[in-house]
Design a protein around this ligand. Structure first.
Ligand SMILES: *Cc1c(COP(=O)(O)O)cnc(C)c1O
Length: 462
């Protein structure tokens, strides 16, 4: 299996190279040259597999021999053994054939663990084999940071630099990052928002001459293909609970950087019978404006009660528009580069292509809190604010009651006290392994929103 860049200006690469870089050298994102197609029989034959066994079956198709089967299998088993629920990704029933898929049983209590626990092991495997040191650089809207640190901190071959927007992540989120201590761990709070952090990361990747000799950057954001790959699996896992009885299932996905829902799109492309795929956004609703009105233009990024989705420029949307533009890489490049001049409309047929796959809704803070309260009062189940947006969007967009509607529960509510308190509810206790989190010592630096400053800091820390 080869991977190609959405911008078409670099040679196809293999899995190992793609994992070890993240961003393609031409500034694009890697996508599989060919998406494997599965028959319904093939998919149904996986019905009784454990979560880890299913991961192995799905990702083998993409790893494509870059890692020996036996080694890959053990890596996958180790990855998901650390999750606190025996099902790894259990389903919880709400009313009216609505479900939530709990993706918060990993070490940092958000769905990011599914991919980053695996990515940490993949990186360690390839770097050990090569005896090569790298600098991991990532931007986080709150949850990627801690998940990346937890996933990668054990590798002796990495230094990790995580940028988060200063004062724009929740206290629990910040502490989950800044209390991970170690000589190879560097947390940087940027005076700016998530888009600023992501922009610095992308620029650093595009010109790495600031690094000491022999070093290269590795991406842990969802621009790294391995993250998308790992996330495809839980769509299969959830759907397999239904599709022998139901023809298809639908998913509602709390969306920020478009990584999680892009994984769902790929699952559908592989042959998983997904009826509706719903993009659920908060008031930072550029994707909803695109799907509902064919308007893809920037507006100012606003802080919300669902901070992990406070993103305007969704990186992974580029992977989808590659398909929407039918593989025309010049068009992709033009679209992405034109965003700053705010041109954005696509042709009628391109827009129809997107609308045939995605539904969308935008949910404001007030409604988010109302949903948290309503579901708790009526069903005794506490949603985190991101998941609440997914649940609301599912209700707004669903076409029928017969198709199971599954909202991805992207984080545990304990990470987001502000929303829970505003909903008038009490916070649950932190789980055992994090019970003393708020008392732990923190370590991070605050920096201006300036590429050169960040580059200097990285160089001096290596
Ligand atoms: C990262 C995150 C999202 C958004 O996921 P994307 O892949 O960036 O679209 C939603 N909810 C939570 C809790 C997250 O951490």
């Amino acid at each position: 299996m080869k991977y190609i860049s959405t911008r078409g200006q670099c040679e196809p690469q293999n899995f190992e190279e793609v994992v070890l870089t993240g961003l393609a050298p031409d500034g694009g994102l890697f996508i599989p040259e060919i998406v494997p197609q599965l028959s319904r029989e093939q998919i149904l034959s996986w019905k009784n597999l454990s979560y880890a066994d299913l991961v192995y079956e799905v990702i083998r198709l993409y790893v494509a021999g870059a890692i020996e089967d036996k080694v890959l299998k053990q890596m996958v088993i180790d990855t998901y053994a650390d999750f606190s629920h025996p099902e790894v990704a259990p389903l919880h029933a709400l009313n009216n054939n609505e479900w939530v898929l709990e993706l918060f049983h990993g070490p940092t209590l958000a769905f990011k663990d599914f991919a980053l626990q695996l990515l940490g092991r993949l990186l360690d495997y390839f770097l050990t084999k090569r005896q090569q040191h790298v600098a991991i650089l990532g931007a986080t809207s709150g949850d990627t940071g801690s998940a990346a640190l937890e996933g990668c901190k054990h590798s002796e071959f990495v230094d990790i630099f995580i940028l988060h927007p200063h004062n724009r992540v929740s206290e629990v989120q910040r502490k989950q990052m800044t209390t991970v201590l170690g000589d190879n761990v560097h947390n940087i709070a940027i005076s700016g928002n998530f888009d600023d952090c992501q922009q610095i990361v992308k620029q650093a990747f595009s010109d790495q001459s600031f690094l000491p000799d022999g070093y290269q950057l590795v991406a842990v954001n969802s621009i790294n293909w391995a993250r998308i790959m790992a996330q495809i699996v839980y769509y299969f896992y959830a759907a397999l609970k239904f599709i022998d009885r139901n023809e298809s299932v639908s998913f509602s996905v709390p969306t920020g950087n478009f990584g999680d829902i892009y994984a769902g799109y790929l699952a559908k492309k592989m042959g998983l019978p997904i009826k509706q795929l719903i993009i659920a956004t908060n008031k930072n609703d550029i994707l909803h404006r695109f799907i509902s009105k064919n308007q893809y233009n920037l507006s100012s990024l606003e802080a919300s009660l669902s901070p992990s989705m406070d993103i305007m420029v969704s990186s992974n949307f580029e992977r989808f528009i590659f398909d929407m533009f039918n593989g025309d890489t010049a068009k992709v490049t033009g679209f992405v580069n034109g965003l700053s001049s705010n041109i954005h409309q696509v042709s009628g047929s391109e827009w129809e292509f997107a609308k045939a796959i995605f539904d969308s809704a935008s949910v404001d803070d007030e409604t988010t809190c109302a949903v948290i309260k309503e579901v708790f009062d009526s069903q005794g189940y506490l949603l985190d604010p991101h998941t609440a947006i997914g649940v609301k969007a599912a209700q707004l967009c669903k076409n029928d009651d017969l198709t199971p509607m599954i909202t991805l529960a992207t984080a545990h509510p304990v990470k987001f006290s502000e929303a829970i308190t505003k909903a008038g509810l009490f916070m649950p206790a932190l789980p055992q392994h994090l019970s003393d989190l708020l008392e732990r010592e923190e370590n991070y630096v605050v920096m201006p929103n300036k590429l050169s400053k960040v580059e200097k800091y990285i160089r001096q820390s290596l």
